[in-house]
Design a protein around this ligand. Structure first.
Ligand SMILES: Nc1ncnc2c1ncn2[C@@H]1O[C@H](COP(=O)(O)OP(=O)(O)OP(=O)(O)O)[C@@H](O)[C@H]1O
Ligand SMILES: [Mg+2]
Length: 132
């Protein structure tokens, strides 16, 4: 049986650390090394920041941490505005920018990332990492 941890957090920046701490706890229990745990915390923090900052005025968003043998799957779902992912352009690293890095960071740090979103439909980002 997979262990599953579910969290519902207020859509406020000060609670993002609860998500990061939970990610850290689950990843540590699974046996990820410190570097991987830092990557997972960063990716989770970026996804939560997006849920809090971009999703609109909804009160809460949900996280699910699924411990699946050697793979940690994390789903972060908000009930906000969603966005048109077809219009998303990856940042160009040769042109330094301060914003627009979150999704790129998540994709760089995690082994697998998928995004289900649409304008008016909320956003669900599913990311996973496998223990080396
Ligand atoms: N959960 C979400 N709900 C609505 N729109 C989102 C969501 N996540 C991402 N987006 C859209 O995708 C864009 C890119 O997100 P990304 O995290 O890469 O950059 P950013 O949040 O704009 O900047 P940064 O993460 O560097 O502070 C956002 O500007 C926003 O328009
Ligand atoms: Mg962001």
């Amino acid at each position: 049986m997979n262990d599953v941890v579910n969290l519902s957090l207020p859509s406020k920046p000060e609670y993002v650390s609860v998500a990061r701490l939970t990610a850290s706890f689950v990843a540590n229990k699974m046996g990820f090394d410190i570097e991987a745990i830092e990557d997972i915390k960063l990716a989770v923090g970026e996804a939560c920041n997006n849920a809090v900052l971009h999703s609109g005025s909804h009160d809460t968003y949900n996280l699910e941490f699924i411990r699946n043998d050697l793979t940690l799957v994390i789903e972060i779902k908000d009930f906000g505005a969603g966005f048109n992912y077809n219009n998303y352009v990856e940042p160009k690293l040769e042109e330094p920018q301060e914003n627009g890095l979150g999704l790129f960071i998540i994709k760089s740090l995690m082994d697998n990332v998928s995004i289900e979103t649409g304008e008016g439909h909320g956003t669900k980002i599913i990311m996973s990492k496998i223990i080396e």
